[in-house]
Design a protein around this ligand. Structure first.
Ligand SMILES: C[S@@+](CC[C@H](N)C(=O)[O-])C[C@H]1O[C@@H](n2cnc3c(N)ncnc32)[C@H](O)[C@@H]1O
Length: 237
């Protein structure tokens, strides 16, 4: 017999079945488990919502309200969609609102329509669960991990999409998290990499993350093969 939690998760997956985005079922489960473990008083923040796929999963799992930060401005929209998507951005925004409504979570999500760097004043206090899936270029990814990561409460969780997959996110991770003593690497679900804010042994924490580099190399080769049309298939994430 299904437990209440697994049937709730199945319902959340069904709610996002038609929502475009980049989140596998296994990654949705990881978000779900992290959000589900939190009390109603917790703070959940998502950077990069797109059409609401991950937002809906977080909001259906969490008792707490979710702050979703996304400018819907047409930049860094998805793989190979860095600039020039202004007209699609408005449709993304409308689809985001409609998808939240359809999934019954509109009242549980506060959308901050700003770039993450300009959204700090919109979020008070420490963050218990931070999901980073905004701009994937090096600088904004680095700033999200550094500035928003600094706001994760001790014992809190930071989940980052496209880790050891996107070049920008991976370089930011190598710079900030591989040599970190304050974020313990917990592992990954596909490209969704997970950290807990707690003191971590430097060498072991670094080695665990560096051990993911062969998988990163494999993702780069796959992307190269897709871009050069040597291979068809889904962009790895
Ligand atoms: C890869 S998509 C997010 C996918 C989403 N999490 C899902 O589950 O489908 C990236 C999103 O980040 C947003 N974005 C781009 N730059 C941003 C920034 N500086 N701050 C916050 N969001 C940003 C884009 O508008 C886009 O919707």
């Amino acid at each position: 017999m299904e437990t209440a939690t697994s049937s709730d998760f199945s319902a959340a997956l069904a709610a996002v079945a038609g929502v475009e985005g980049w989140l596998t079922d296994a990654q949705a489960r990881r978000l779900w488990d992290a959000a589900r473990a939190l009390p109603a008083s917790a703070q959940v923040v998502e950077i990069g919502s797109y059409r609401g796929r991950s937002t809906v999963v977080l909001a259906r799992a969490a008792e707490a309200r979710v702050v979703a930060i996304d400018p819907h401005a047409g930049n860094d929209r998805g793989p190979q969609e860095i600039e020039g998507y202004a007209s699609e951005a408005e449709s993304d925004h409308e689809a985001f609102l409609a998808n939240l409504e359809r999934a019954g979570v509109s009242s549980r999500v506060r959308h901050v329509r700003r770039f993450s760097a300009d959204a700090h004043a919109e979020v008070d206090g420490p963050i218990d669960l931070l999901y980073v899936d905004g701009a994937h270029r090096y600088r904004p990814a680095r700033d999200d991990i550094r500035e928003w990561g600094a706001r994760v409460a001790p014992g809190g969780t930071m989940l980052i999409h496209d880790g050891f997959s996107s070049v920008g996110v991976t370089l930011a991770t190598l710079r900030l998290l591989v040599p970190s003593r304050s974020f313990r690497y917990l592992g990954r679900t596909g490209s969704l990499i997970a950290y807990r804010r707690e003191r971590a042994p430097l060498a072991r924490n670094a080695l665990r993350q560096l051990a993911e580099l062969p998988w990163f190399a494999r993702n780069l080769l796959l992307k190269l093969a897709i871009v050069t049309r040597l291979r068809r298939g889904e962009w790895p994430y």
